[in-house]
Design a protein around this ligand. Structure first.
Ligand code: FEO
Length: 617
């Protein structure tokens, strides 16, 4: 019985899962299985994207037939001809004699190499940027060589903004009933497998992946359809941001991965003690016995962590066999930009450390700690200091651990220092709203984008602001993002007076409005965002509004003002006084209160901050 699932109205997943495969590509264990994805686009012309591995052939052919619903198949697009995606081409050619095969020259050549049939008479050869119109949809083919093989291309459907991404953004693991990444807890349950897939399949080809990411960044993408793993239709940035890191060989986490090879447990003992010292110092560690854990997992971990330790016994006057295999694998996968420490062991002629160093020195940007800890058979108390020194050398280039911060917090358990809030990197914005014929605006520092699809922002607005009431009533607002060229008078105008007392837009010579009819500030700003409120929450002094973005555009490339920039460069500095006045000054807006004591419930008449934000003059 077929099993297919809709991706969009016009697109159907027709792939299949394999949970019996022991080793993907004969080398990568897949204990949670793997999916082979294929998609059928139903338009005036029908288009099938790639096929599957021969192990799931029967189910796949049923799926394709069901998705076609008795109709004909017009095109098969082959984006990647590796046999796990091309094994059913001949079956389709027989079943669908009218089917044309869309591919590039390299695919054509590789098919001839792998198979003893020729697709040339039915092929439709495309090059980079070529298009194919299927009716409502127009497909653009983009070459993506070496992501993962040289013939790879991806396809962009501009109509539904779908990128058929071939091996890119794929993942090990069968789909288990889910099709979309948002149907599972991807970061908890699948990110490790996505990293293992990336690093082992295309990890070597970082620059080629960067080039594909560059091409993709020019496209508006709503859905990612890879050849393995889940379809991405929400929060695409979660996986794209990882690809940006992985392809640049940047670590995801600061911490130390320790891989060791030990025959009688003594090298392991040294590795354990090193890990213990690091952990006691508050640093993150991850450990692998290279004779037990499959190399693909350790390669993946090496791409994740910033610091790598290799501890190996000497064997046949060289590196222990499983460690040697791992080092070869890491070098082959282009590992780079890591800090490395080495422990070697040897009972009569330790050599493994120097050989590991030699191999890794060939990689780019490897910072190898000079002192190799060299053991003779086992770690003795006299050498504990060498292990401690190695931990210290590793720690020297790691960020201060969270534990030190926790210690500081323990020292001041009851303190809530409002100054800590000033360490947040706020921007500054003019919030505008319109109620009937009345326009108003105020300064806020609390605009935050929370999601990309749909594009959504939050704003938190002090209830004493007149603009707050207008947003609450009308459910619409504009945010004008202030830029660094904004003079202090802009902040005075919108921030130091209330719309209840003055008309802030009176005398405005230019009236600029967005589609929602609300004014925005066209000068001293670099972008405008219109929001329609979907939810709001009462938080005492403030209301938190959640809003869909209905319009947004850029006005200039002048950098945005941050709170810090405002204080350092825009807000006038206090002038030296001839006579010292008695009183308090608001740290937020500079308002001065004259008097011996400031009442506890005093509220700044300008910026509405409380007595806590005042300091003596
Ligand atoms: Fe699943 Fe490179 O193919």
């Amino acid at each position: 019985m077929y099993y297919i699932r809709k991706v969009t109205d016009d697109l159907t997943w027709v792939g299949a899962n394999d949970r019996r495969l022991a080793m993907f590509e004969g080398v990568y264990s897949v204990p949670r299985g793997v999916s082979y994805n294929s998609y059928l686009l139903s338009d005036e012309k029908t288009v099938l994207f790639d096929t599957v591995d021969s192990t799931v052939r029967e189910r796949y052919l049923e799926n394709v037939a069901a998705a076609l619903g008795g109709g004909k198949l017009d095109y098969l697009v082959i984006q990647h001809m590796e046999p796990d995606h091309s094994s059913v081409i001949r079956d389709l050619m027989i079943r669908y004699p009218e089917m044309r095969i869309v591919c590039n020259e390299k695919i054509l050549a590789l098919i001839k190499q792998f198979y003893d049939f020729d697709i040339s008479p039915r092929s439709h050869i495309v090059g980079d940027g070529d298009e194919l119109c299927t009716g409502r949809h127009t497909l653009t083919f983009v070459m993506a060589p070496m992501v993962h093989w040289p013939e790879v291309m991806v396809t962009y459907d501009a109509t539904d903004k779908i990128l058929f991404s071939a091996d890119a953004f794929g993942c090990f693991g069968a789909l288990n009933g889910a099709l979309f990444a948002d149907e599972v807890d991807f970061s908890r349950d699948y990110m490790d497998e996505a990293r293992r897939y990336y690093t082992n399949i295309v990890g070597k080809y970082g620059s080629q992946v960067q080039s594909l990411l560059g091409k993709a960044s020019a496209l508006e993408i709503a859905v990612l359809c890879p050849l393995h793993g889940f379809v991405w239709r929400k929060n695409l940035q979660e996986i794209i941001s990882k690809y940006l890191l992985w392809s640049e060989y940047l670590p995801e986490e600061h911490g130390v991965m320790i891989a060791y090879a030990s025959v009688y447990g003594n090298t392991e003992n040294a590795a354990e003690i090193l890990a213990g010292i690091l952990r006691e110092g508050g640093y993150k560690t991850d450990m692998f016995d290279v004779s037990v854990t499959p190399a693909s997992e350790i390669v993946s971990a090496a791409f994740k962590w910033s610091h790598l330790v290799f501890a190996s016994t000497t064997y046949n006057a060289g590196i222990f066999v499983t460690m040697e295999a791992l080092i070869v694998d890491l070098v082959a996968h282009n590992i780079q930009n890591r800090t490395v420490a080495i422990i070697e062991n040897g009972s009569w002629a330790p050599t493994s450390g120097g050989l590991i160093r030699e191999s890794l020195e060939a990689c780019r940007d490897m910072r190898i700690i000079d002192d190799i800890v060299s053991l003779n058979s086992s770690l003795k108390p006299a050498q504990l200091s060498d292990i401690a020194a190695l931990a210290e050398s590793l720690a020297a280039s790691l960020p201060k651990p969270a534990r030190a911060v926790a210690d500081r917090a323990e020292l001041a358990p009851d303190v809530v220092d409002p100054l800590a809030m000033f360490k947040l990197s706020y921007g500054l914005f003019v919030l505008t709203a319109r109620d009937g014929d009345k326009d108003n605006g105020c300064i806020i520092n609390t605009t935050v984008q929370i999601t990309e699809t749909p594009m959504r922002v939050t704003i938190a607005v002090n209830k004493s602001n007149y603009t707050h009431d207008m947003v609450l009533k009308t459910g619409e607002f504009n945010i004008s993002v202030l830029s660094q060229d904004a003079p202090f008078r802009v902040f005075q105008h919108f921030g130091f007076q209330s719309g209840k007392d003055v008309n802030k837009f009176e005398g405005c010579t230019t009236e600029e409005r967005t589609k929602n009819g609300i004014a925005f500030v066209p000068k001293f700003t670099n972008g405008v965002i219109s929001g329609r409120v979907t939810e709001f929450y009462d938080y005492g002094t403030h209301t938190l509004f959640i809003a869909d973005v209905t319009q947004a555009f850029v006005l200039s490339n002048e950098p945005s003002v941050t709170y810090q920039y405002y204080f350092d460069n825009i807000k006038p500095k206090p002038q030296p006084r001839k006579e010292k006045k008695k009183g308090y000054v608001c740290r937020i807006c500079g308002y001065e209160y004259e008097g011996e004591t400031l009442p506890d419930d005093f509220i700044c008449p300008l910026c509405k901050h409380g007595a806590n934000d005042f300091e003596p003059l």
